[in-house]
Design a binder for this molecule. Sequence first.
Ligand SMILES: NC(=O)c1ccc[n+]([C@@H]2O[C@H](COP(=O)([O-])OP(=O)(O)OC[C@H]3O[C@@H](n4cnc5c(N)ncnc54)[C@H](O)[C@@H]3O)[C@@H](O)[C@H]2O)c1
Length: 359
Amino acid sequence: MSPDCHVQRAIGRGRLCGVWLGVWVQAVPHALRRHTLKRRHADAGLMEGVTTMVVVVTGGAGFIGSHLVDALVEAGHGVHVIDNLSTGARENLHPRALLHTLDIRSAQVRDMLQDVKPEVVFHQAAQVDVSRSLQDPAQDASVNITGTVNLLHACATSGVRKFIYASSCAVYGDAGNALIGENDPVAPISFYGVSKLTPEAYLRVFAALHGLRFTILRYANVYGPRQTARGEGGVVALFLDRLKRGQPIAIHGDGEQTRDFVYVGDVVRANLAALYRGDEEMVNVSTARGTSVNQLAARLRNLHGSPIAVVNTPPRPGDIRHSRLDNTRARTVLGFAPHYGMEGGLAATYAHVIGRGEK
Ligand SMILES: NC(=O)c1ccc[n+]([C@@H]2O[C@H](COP(=O)([O-])OP(=O)(O)OC[C@H]3O[C@@H](n4cnc5c(N)ncnc54)[C@H](O)[C@@H]3O)[C@@H](O)[C@H]2O)c1
């Protein structure tokens, strides 16, 4: 392990588990780890009855990444996280995951991967703010393109078997009200959309040249507990944050823009499925349903049980008018079907943020 790569063990009750996981991952031969984990895994009756592995989640202290880490740890996998904590938080991290506080652009990523020897890397880390990508396209490209290329190069030269990439509906741009399939043209309208799309092409070339397996998951607008108001899917988080503070919610434009809101638990399930399936595939992860921002506000009003003040602000540049993704391929390739509709997902998120306090 490089001297600068700090393995941050978790706080509180998880501290000891973190230490032991670290010692175990370092000391026990790979084959024996697999065997032991396989037994534990089968005993627990978790996930698909396959083996457990050592995996890396980049961006594992962030919104989606931290939920993915939780599920992977609970399934018995040895989970290492690469995160520079720029938008993520230590508190999000499962106590049994090991945090390596690193930037994905750093040369130390390769040392870390060669040390840890993960079978699979889930790449969630990114600059996710669409507005910021418009203000500072070079910074956006630096993290999302250069950072991903650095990570891919490190994976390809460190024996990583599979790379699971969190791409985005932003790659499609504004396709009208149509249901967008994976074969539809890509036409990003923000630099963020470009910087999420470009690594897909790099990934295919790394796969062809180095035999790295991959699955590309193009997420629709993800929402759920731990989301901050900053990211591209932040409207649910933003509205809930305002409600919590007793402030009016701001609707950009006429509020008739629609989004395909997919609950974070469903996105995690798509990632877990990609551990075992979907090699060399690119799939949308979505509900295939559109909800307008006005409809979202109305649903929140119902949940809240009291009137919500609304202010209308000008439309934001780079914002897509409609976005709704076909998920037929994810159903076929990954066996994926969303478990949460807007009602259930929003109720769960509301309960976390407002009902019982954020976790
Ligand atoms: N939230 C959505 O609606 C949505 C939709 C489509 C795609 N995605 C993609 O899903 C992934 C996760 O998004 P999220 O909403 O959880 O965002 P997030 O900001 O909560 O998580 C991103 C994580 O990456 C880390 N990170 C950022 N730059 C880094 C760097 N240079 N080096 C190391 N770590 C770095 C952050 O600290 C954070 O923990 C991203 O790749 C994003 O593009 C998100």
